[in-house]
Design a protein around this ligand. Structure first.
Ligand SMILES: [Mn+2]
Length: 319
């Protein structure tokens, strides 16, 4: 990890001086952004701060059994009333729109592990070599001798497990295993987290996956395995866009493929592309995401384009 001694000490100072603190999770909240804001909230509340969590979408339903905290819509909050705002994980999905509207006096902090983040803040804790935002927050807590309670350990573990795909992705470093071991010692329950986040699949999710797998095609020339999900597919299964997350990773396990792409229609007239690969396959999917104005990691990237998916007899087209 990069040396964040200065940033961590500055963050500690800002927290000490702030009474009202806003935490900001990214659009389409996943286990990492959620785990990191929940862990920070647990800690900040314990030292007497007034804390809200803002997100453009509600707390993911799979986390409801693991926390009593909730997310609030930014428009329901008085954004000018906070002394400090901390955004975690993929800070360019939601927070970048709020940042310029914040008053000068508000201290702004970003904690992220995505490459090519080009928004700025008063304190930037950014390391693309970290497995997750939760890993960075763990390092912050340790650097400041902050007591990691059982709840904090659970929240951080949610992020680590989620972003490493339960220790299956290549970002599972020896540090990740050390941190996980420590979080487990402090009371994080792996089985409870895995049951809530991975094993707990609704029938609607499985039906949607069925459609995605049914439509999957392999391009033998470049090793791409791809599929599409339309808004109608999602509605027909009574599923939600939350259920699409793992499809690209599962497709990527098909022998002989080099990378996967899932195109899915979203509510606002956009199509989201999710790209995945594995270390041993030697493909950098972020290069493809960049071509479409997106970004991300070598092995997990995404982009958004305007349009609709039109299914034809031979496949599909984006119109
Ligand atoms: Mn993350």
């Amino acid at each position: 990890m990069k040396n964040f001694t200065t940033e961590f000490n500055s963050l500690s100072y800002v927290i000490k001086k702030s009474q009202r603190i806003l935490l900001f999770a990214h659009n389409g909240p996943d286990g990492d952004t959620s785990g990191s804001v929940l862990a920070l909230k647990e800690y900040l509340v314990s030292i007497g701060k007034t804390v809200d969590i803002a997100c453009n979408e509600p707390l993911p339903s799979f986390l409801e059994t693991l926390t009593a905290y909730d997310f609030k819509l930014p428009e329901s909050l008085d954004l000018e009333s906070y002394d400090a705002v901390i955004a975690t994980d993929s800070v360019e999905r939601g927070f970048q729109a709020v940042l310029p509207t914040l008053p000068e006096k508000t201290a702004t902090i970003i904690i992220d592990h995505h490459p090519d983040i080009d928004i700025s803040a008063d304190i930037v804790i950014l390391d693309s070599k970290s497995s997750s935002a939760c890993e960075l927050i763990y390092e912050y807590f340790v650097s400041q001798n902050i007591h990691i309670t059982k709840n904090i350990a659970t929240y951080l573990m949610i992020g680590v497990l989620s972003d490493t795909g339960n220790f299956q992705h290549s970002n599972t470093s020896t540090r990740v295993m050390e941190i996980s071991s420590d979080l487990m010692k402090k009371g994080a329950s792996f089985s409870k987290i895995i049951e809530a986040t991975f094993a707990n699949k609704k029938l609607s999710t499985l039906k949607l996956w069925g459609i995605a797998f049914e439509k999957a095609k392999i391009n033998p020339k470049n090793g791409l395995i791809t599929t599409v999900l339309t808004k109608k597919d999602i509605e027909d299964c009574n599923a939600s866009t939350e259920d699409i997350g793992q499809v690209a990773s599962i497709l990527n396990t098909v022998p002989g493929t080099k990378f996967s792409l899932v195109l899915s229609e979203r509510d606002d007239g956009t199509i989201k592309g999710s790209l995945r690969s594995e270390q041993y396959k030697g493909v950098d999917v972020s290069e493809i995401a960049h071509l479409f104005g997106g970004g991300g990691h070598k092995l997990a990237s995404g982009f958004e384009v305007k349009g609709q998916i039109k299914e034809t007899e031979t496949g599909w087209e984006i119109i």
